[in-house]
Write a protein that binds this ligand. Structure first.
Ligand code: COA
Length: 158
């Protein structure tokens, strides 16, 4: 059974993430979305809020589950018997950081491979920060996030 982890902050989940989640879920038997409480970032949403939004938007994918994690990603992967880490690449600028992370993770656990999916071209400019900034100033995020996230951010910034 092939188990993969798609890790990230998901503050909040965007259509770019959803595209990666859907495509990855078709490639493996089981996909775990790992929501990191990232100490390097100041999140808008709590881990619980991020998990709720991810669950609401992925509930139709029967082989996908959502779970929080802290500490090293490779430790979380080993605990879940996952052998694959999935990451999306939006542009060349992502590559250096992602390559370093993949190589670091491989040096920590040689049983875990990282695979990269090219982000859908429609979302290559997208990030959670961009979405939050547009929402904060009352801009239209309809095409950028799932409806439940749009509603959530609208009420948050009302
Ligand atoms: N479409 C749209 N946006 C995307 C995207 C996609 N396909 N893929 C990434 N992004 C955006 C995110 O929204 C996020 O935007 P933001 O910076 O505005 O919040 C940004 O790209 C990158 O965030 P994310 O993918 O969530 O990565 P991260 O840098 O927050 O966390 C982890 C990456 C969780 C994989 C990494 O920090 C980790 O593994 N931490 C655990 C500690 C560890 O093991 N360290 C050793 C390994 S180096």
């Amino acid at each position: 059974m092939k188990i993969a982890i798609y890790p990230g902050s998901f503050d909040p989940v965007t259509n770019g993430h959803i595209d990666i989640i859907f495509r990855a879920s078709e490639m493996v038997d089981h996909l775990i979305i790992g929501v990191l409480s990232n100490v390097k970032k100041q999140p808008l949403l709590t881990v619980e809020e991020r998990i709720d939004l991810l669950k609401a938007t992925t509930k139709y994918l029967k082989n996908v589950e959502v779970e929080a994690f802290s500490g090293l990603l490779v430790d979380f992967a080993a605990k879940k018997n996952a052998t694959i880490i999935v990451r999306g690449l939006r542009a060349m600028s992502d590559f250096e950081y992602e390559l370093q992370m993949a190589q670091t993770n491989r040096s920590l656990n040689k049983n875990i491979e990282t695979i990269f999916l090219a982000t859908n071209i429609h979302y290559s400019f997208l990030s959670s920060s961009v979405v939050k900034e547009i929402a904060m100033f009352g801009g239209d995020i309809h095409a950028l996030v799932p409806p439940v996230v749009e509603e959530y951010l609208k009420s948050k910034f009302k």
